[in-house]
Design a protein around this ligand. Structure first.
Ligand code: F6R
Length: 240
């Protein structure tokens, strides 16, 4: 596990942008695993900028997103479909048919999503944020790890953390569909970005704690190619 600390959140996230740009440059038909939330936005801004300058070509890139809320139409501006369109897909030359997100339809088929990822050849590089409770994707703290894409009930902590995107916590969907820990571990390389003081405990537990489904990100200790990029605040408990 590689761990790098940066002065600012922007620098930590831009480092992730560099890794994704390198992957796209090295292999033009890469399979990217993508995340939503506040953390990755600077990485997407960099990729868009480099695309505009002619450096990055997305015409053969395929993407699989980690998760989507259940019960939110994909056209809803608060959906993760809309987030990705606004922050990346609508601004680069990716082909619509190469974009994949789990469906927020309650009857969504997680196994079909897993099969699509496998049939595409597997994810080359997976971008992750981290919840303050240690979740990755929406794999919430639990008694056991879940392998494949599945519907999850969000914890109160996650609902509260994500309420900032909605009018109130009451409007945050109670369920999401998320890639499982197995999907994430199957990615050839994983890049986790953690920024802000409220992620410090999760970063510490992920890197120094026991491997446990109570801290889902801790499983990344076993990943052969995992890079964790943090700002000083998120790395503040990692002193010695
Ligand atoms: C988003 C996702 C989540 C977020 C995490 C951190 O696709 O899977 O695990 O990465 O909740 O969110 P932010 O970046 O908003 O703090």
């Amino acid at each position: 596990m590689e761990f790098h600390v940066y002065d600012t959140a922007r620098e930590a996230c831009e480092a992730a942008g560099f890794l994704f740009a390198a992957q796209i440059t090295r292999k033009g038909d890469s399979i990217l695993g993508l995340a939503t939330g506040s953390t990755p936005i600077p990485a997407y801004e960099m990729m868009v900028e480099w695309h505009k300058r002619g450096v990055l070509d997305f015409s053969r890139i395929r993407t699989f997103n980690l998760d989507e809320y259940v019960g939110i139409d994909y056209k809803n501006p608060l959906s993760y479909h809309a987030f990705m369109e606004e922050n990346l897909f609508g601004k680069v030359n990716i082909r619509k048919e190469n974009i994949h997100l789990p469906s927020g339809n309650a009857a969504a088929d997680g196994e079909a999503y897993d099969k699509m990822i496998r049939d595409a050849g597997g994810i080359d590089i997976q971008l992750l944020g981290i919840g303050r409770n240690g979740h990755i994707g929406f794999n919430e703290p639990a008694d056991e790890f879940t392998y494949g894409t599945h519907v999850v009930t969000l914890t109160e902590d996650t609902i509260e953390a994500n309420a900032r995107f909605f009018k109130s916590a009451d409007e945050v969907p109670r369920q999401a569909i998320s890639m499982g820990v197995g999907n994430i571990m199957a990615a050839k390389c994983v890049v986790l970005v953690a920024t802000g003081a409220n992620k410090a405990q999760a970063v510490y537990d992920t890197i120094r704690g026991p491997i446990t489904p109570r801290v889902p990100a801790s499983i990344l200790q076993l990943h052969p190619c995992c890079v964790i990029l943090a700002d000083r605040e998120a790395a503040s408990l990692m002193k010695d």
